[in-house]
Design a protein. Structure first.
Length: 261
């Protein structure tokens, strides 16, 4: 499939202007094949992120296609949560066990923490990382390790407080964001890295669930979490969605484009 064809197709599927998709393809995903680029656009659409704003990146790391969500992307997603009211200044801890905002000790601190504030709660939810477990070896880690530790701690705190919104973004120790590694069209976790379901397919899912006499919403929610590790229907990929729909409506075969009876 040529670049223009896939750009037109993805623009229609994910409701993004074709010109924007073409810029993403030519300026930010030059080394991505069609399947990898489709995954990238799908995740941009799903989480409302834009590479030109440095919220999400495509990279080849050790020969594997990797989609990286940067800290600005995590903050943007969290900002859509009604209860999110910001984060604390990073704090660092040395061998004395005391936390300080300004690290002046020799070498690196033992740990770093960032608090995430939730409306209605007096105390923040902390994301804490230990240097020996998360210290990376990239240029950023070598030049500004305190900043990178703080970013990592903030990501952990955000994921802890908002697992539904940030589900599917795996934290990797080599950079300051969250990684989704793509290899052979699949995530390294083993889930198919095909596009996430469309709003129309989400509507079809709930209609099928409502029509089912044997499956309750709670049972389906528990099953999705146990089988696919997702907490919301719109986090399903197309292939996962097909399996669920085949269970709910055995006579229906779901495709990316629509329904084939």
């Amino acid at each position: 499939m040529g670049a223009l064809t896939i750009c037109e197709s993805l623009a229609t599927t994910h409701n993004v202007q074709k010109a924007v998709v073409e810029v993403w393809k030519n300026s930010y995903c030059e080394k991505a094949n069609d399947a990898e680029f489709a995954a990238f656009v799908s995740i941009c659409g799903k989480f409302g992120l834009a590479p030109e704003r440095k919220q999400i990146y495509f990279a080849q790391i050790k020969g594997k296609a990797t989609i990286i969500v940067g800290i600005d992307g995590f903050r943007l997603i969290a900002s859509r949560e009604a209860n999110y009211v910001g984060s604390s200044t990073p704090e660092y801890c040395g061998e004395d066990g005391l936390w300080t905002e300004c690290w002046v000790g020799k070498g690196l601190p033992i740990a770093c923490r960032v608090g995430i504030y939730n409306k209605g709660f007096d105390k923040p939810t902390y994301g804490i990382v230990h240097t020996k477990e998360f210290k990376g070896s990239s240029a950023n880690w070598n030049s500004m390790p305190l900043h990178m530790l703080a970013v990592r701690a903030e990501v952990f705190g955000l994921k802890k407080l908002f697992p539904g919104s940030l589900g599917g973004l795996e934290v990797d120790s080599s950079d300051g964001g969250g990684n989704i590694k793509v290899s052979g069209g699949k995530q390294e976790s083993g889930y198919d890295m095909d596009p996430l379901i469309t709003p129309q397919q989400e509507v079809a899912f709930f209609k099928a669930l409502e029509s089912s006499e044997d499956v309750t919403e709670k049972y389906m929610k528990d099953s999705l979490k146990a089988k696919f590790g997702v907490t919301q229907v719109d986090q399903l990929t197309i292939s996962q969605y097909q399996k669920v729909m085949a269970y709910l409506v055995p006579s229906t075969i779901e495709t990316v484009e629509g329904t084939v009876e």
